[in-house]
Design a protein around this ligand. Structure first.
Ligand code: ADP
Ligand code: MG
Length: 260
């Protein structure tokens, strides 16, 4: 046990018989049942499964937004059970970045300010000037260096999701959790976004992503499938797709269609 408590040497995520049961009135919903798994640094995991299979519940638990009913969760070697709200918030802020299907950006706020936001709560405190520099760097990293002062409504869905990714990265998280990040995007934009995730993953960021599209999971290194709260399959993806290549073939196909 002591070895696994040393940050840096243990898997980023260790789940042991993790379960989350909701009590709604008389009915017990066993949303996640006895999930055991390890996720190591540098992995890129897709969690698939039908609607209601427990994907979001699992992600909320991984994200320390919700506590398991039973079982064990170690995040970067640290047991999450028993931490109080303040400790959980600190853990979330320092170790995790979140990306959601609906982007969750502040509407009347520039891209730059949206990305600065998580640093307002960071400890140790990040000085104003550094906040700005880091937000600019994060937006440049996602290809939006020329849109710093745009508001979300002035940007496309794909660009808005890029802001959300910059915001997720700005506190230099250990792990990025994304729940259906391409759910509101068209095919081309989804592939571009997967290209960005692959690039970030290549630079060492661990990513866990929920998707119900096999086409999107195909860009990940590892695929998990949930059914009725149970993890029914967990395998490496030997024929992983490269988003940059997929995008060029899409471009060529469109050129052909235009010429025809
Ligand atoms: P998915 O993300 O795969 O669609 P969820 O994790 O959202 O699945 O839900 C798994 C199960 O738990 C579903 O049966 C859902 O109705 C139930 N559930 C989710 N959240 C709650 C809640 N807050 N209270 C009661 N039941 C819930
Ligand atoms: Mg869900």
């Amino acid at each position: 046990m002591s070895a696994s408590l040393q940050p840096g040497t243990s898997p980023v995520i260790q789940l042991r018989n993790l379960a989350r049961t909701y009590q709604s009135g008389e009915v017990e919903v066993r949303a996640v049942r006895n999930v055991t798994l390890d996720i190591h640094r540098g992995d890129f995991v897709a969690i698939m499964g039908a609607s209601g299979s427990g994907k979001s519940t699992l992600m909320n638990t991984l994200g320390c937004l919700d506590q398991p009913t039973s079982g064990e969760y170690l995040l970067d070697g640290v047991g999450v059970a028993g931490l109080n709200r303040k400790q959980l918030a600190k853990l979330r802020n320092s170790k995790l970045g979140f990306v959601f299907q609906s982007f969750n950006l502040l509407a009347r706020t520039s891209a730059l300010e949206n990305v600065e936001l998580p640093m307002l709560y960071a400890l140790p405190i990040v000085a104003r000037r550094e906040r700005r520099q880091r937000a600019i760097a994060a937006l440049e990293k996602v290809g939006l260096g020329d849109r710093l002062n745009h508001h979300p409504s002035q940007l496309s869905g794909g660009q808005q999701q890029r802001i959300a990714i910059a915001r997720a990265l700005v506190n230099r998280p250990e792990l990025v959790l994304a729940d259906e990040p391409t759910g509101n995007l068209d095919t081309r934009t989804s592939i571009e976004l997967m290209g960005l995730f692959q690039q970030l993953n290549d630079s060492g960021i661990t990513i866990v992503m929920v998707t119900h599209e096999l086409d999107i999971a195909a860009y990940c290194k590892r695929m998990m499938v949930m059914r009725d709260g149970v993890l029914i399959s967990d395998s490496r993806n030997p024929s992983r797709r490269c988003a940059a290549e997929a995008r060029s073939s899409l471009d060529l196909a469109e050129q052909d269609a235009n010429l025809a």
